[in-house]
Design a protein around this ligand. Structure first.
Ligand code: HEC
Ligand code: HEC
Ligand code: HEC
Ligand code: HEC
Ligand code: HEC
Length: 450
């Protein structure tokens, strides 16, 4: 996990290192500095006034949290760079700006990249989903993102106090109380490929829920940007405000920073619930596991589901002997091709023009999704149940749900094509959903847990 993102690690550490030097509040990033390589271009603010580092002095909390978000890594992520490189080659450049217009929109707006293959040479200020990407965002008639680049920071405040570096303006697209803000997130969190196939559907999944209706509105920001009281800018005379978390953790880890790992785990732990029922009988036991998505505003997994694998691991024991196991994947083994397949595998399977499976979105003409819908869209589709009969003596059963943001089949294909260093994949991150970790023991008798 650490090696996969070595580049990003060095960048984050140096950014946080800089903030720690200039702001007492950010000391926690410094311990990581030892693990980092040579200082990246991003370690000191560039002359570019839109460099996120330029915002850090007055907006330290937003900056620090953003540094722990995947938005900060969207143009640095080793797998992203490898996949874009392969896609450009396989399509003979047809992909063009397709990937970078979401992963490094400022570089595209400034004409600093045509296809993203030079991203590593660009200043950090142009890579990723930076502050100004969201805070100068407007939408054109195709609902695509357009950066105003007019020096006006759009935000949730209608009465922002004046400051010497930027003008401010209220925008419903940056107000999590307004439906427009979900559309703003959705300019990127909905991906349709060049063949008209939707490969990421988070926005549309949300639109199908009751959360998108005026009476029960819960925008993306309502769940992903927790509110607290503070100041919007750390300057003299700043009034108390409702401020909002910018770390937006999901499942992906762009850095090996412990603070990001902790946020991701805290978000993931309660996200899915599960129930384990074991009914022992003379010849063995009937085991049933139900998984439910009743907390999210979209399916699970969501987003890059063509890369993502979530699955059920179920093991039964007699003493210390394993008498039944499914979904036990070794850390370096792709779960989709595992010798020990899971009873439940949540993912999206893409197929090319000949109907053959493909791992890459630029080839895809059709998609088959096996995801948990949210109860807020359709309660009937928001659970999945797996049942199995185990014979022989069973005195203990364990179950848990695991997820890999990207699995080895995808990463290995990028290594095989020479686009990704093998170091980057050994091993990939595997996370466990805390609320789904359950253990039945025979002293409970026939029972359902929790
Ligand atoms: C010199 C200090 C300073 C710097 C540097 C600075 N800001 Fe601000 N910013 C402020 C102040 C002061 C406010 C108003 C706070 C208030 O009224 O509570 C503000 C408000 C904002 C708002 C809210 C606007 C609204 O109307 O809702 C956003 C968004 C914002 N800044 C983004 C940024 C970004 C992005 C950068 C870096 C490109 C940046 N700021 C750099 C001082 C600064
Ligand atoms: C992915 C989009 C996104 C990125 C990237 C982003 N912000 Fe924000 N920001 C928002 C949204 C949405 C809100 C409004 C939340 C609300 O009030 O409903 C917000 C609110 C703010 C505010 C107003 C105070 C508050 O907390 O509500 C400031 C200041 C701000 N952001 C600064 C920054 C800075 C500085 C960065 C970069 C370090 C940044 N933002 C990166 C989306 C973003
Ligand atoms: C300019 C495009 C863009 C906008 C606008 C945007 N995002 Fe993102 N977001 C991304 C990209 C790209 C990534 C993934 C980066 C990566 O993994 O390389 C991401 C990642 C995330 C993740 C983490 C996903 C994971 O798997 O861990 C969350 C959560 C998220 N965004 C929420 C939001 C919310 C909420 C908003 C609106 C306030 C928003 N985003 C606006 C492009 C965007
Ligand atoms: C009702 C709350 C809620 C709403 C509304 C919501 N989300 Fe989420 N979202 C979550 C939770 C909880 C997770 C954490 C799941 C995890 O860690 O795997 C999540 C995960 C994600 C992820 C990571 C995907 C994955 O596979 O886990 C992305 C990306 C994301 N949300 C984007 C969005 C966007 C964009 C919107 C609006 C269109 C939105 N969310 C609306 C609660 C919500
Ligand atoms: C319309 C915007 C958009 C486009 C175009 C786009 N992406 Fe993304 N990408 C996103 C968002 C949003 C996420 C975060 C979703 C999530 O993590 O669930 C993401 C996540 C990713 C991830 C991280 C997945 C993970 O779980 O670690 C990779 C890799 C990636 N994209 C590669 C690409 C490549 C390669 C292309 C071009 C072929 C591309 N993307 C085009 C918006 C986009």
């Amino acid at each position: 996990m650490r090696r996969r993102y070595l580049r990003s690690v060095s960048r984050a550490s140096s950014i946080l290192g800089y903030v720690a030097l200039s702001l007492a509040a950010a000391a926690c990033g410094r311990a990581e500095t030892e693990a980092s390589g040579p200082a990246d271009k991003g370690s000191t603010p560039s002359g570019d006034p839109t460099d996120s580092l330029r915002c850090a002095g007055c907006h330290p909390d937003a900056y620090q949290a953003w540094s722990l978000s995947m938005h900060a890594y969207a143009g640095d992520d080793a797998i992203f760079l490898a996949m874009n490189a392969r896609g450009q080659r396989e399509t003979r450049g047809q992909l063009g700006q397709f990937c970078v217009r979401c992963h490094a929109p400022l570089a595209v707006a400034r004409g600093a990249t045509v296809d993203g293959t030079n991203l590593e040479q660009l200043p950090a200020a142009l890579r990723g989903v930076t502050c100004v990407v969201c805070h100068t965002a407007t939408r054109d008639e195709n609902a695509s993102l357009v950066l105003a680049e007019d020096g006006v920071m759009r935000g949730p405040l209608a009465d922002a106090i004046a400051n010497p570096v930027h003008d401010s303006a209220y925008s419903p697209s940056l107000d999590r109380g307004q439906p427009e803000s979900a559309a703003m997130c959705g300019t990127c969190h909905a991906v349709t490929n060049g063949h008209g196939l939707q490969v990421e559907r988070t926005l549309d999944e949300w639109r199908a829920t009751t959360y998108s209706e005026p009476a029960s509105l819960r925008t993306c920001g309502r769940c992903h940007m927790p509110e607290s009281t503070g100041v919007a800018a750390a300057v003299v005379g700043a009034p108390p405000r409702r401020v909002h978390g910018h770390a937006m953790p999901g499942v992906d880890l762009g850095s090996a920073l412990p603070a990001q790992t902790r946020l991701v785990q805290e978000t993931l732990d309660p996200a899915i619930s599960s129930k384990l029922c074991v009914i022992p009988d003379v010849g063995g036991a009937a085991v049933r596991v139900t998984l439910a998505n009743d907390r999210m505003g979209h399916s699970w997994p969501s987003g890059a589901t063509q890369d993502r694998r979530a699955w059920l691991e179920l093991v039964a024991y007699a003493g210390n002997v394993v008498v039944y196991a499914s979904g036990v994947a070794a850390d370096d083994e792709a779960v989709a091709t595992s010798a020990n397949p899971p009873l439940v595998l949540l993912r999206e399977q893409l197929a090319d023009e000949n109907g053959n499976p493909t791992l890459f979105m630029w080839d895809a003409r059709t998609a088959q999704s096996q995801l948990l819908e949210t109860a807020a869209a359709d309660p009937a589709q928001s659970t999945v149940t797996a049942a199995v009969r185990v014979s022989g003596l069973v005195d203990r059963v364990t179950s848990r749900v695991r997820v890999r943001p990207i699995d080895h089949d995808v990463a290995d294909a990028l290594v095989a094509s020479g686009d990704l260093s093998p170091d980057a994949t050994s091993p990939l991150t595997t996370l466990t959903v805390g609320a789904t970790v359950l253990e039945w023991t025979s002293d409970r008798g026939p029972a359902c847990l929790p």
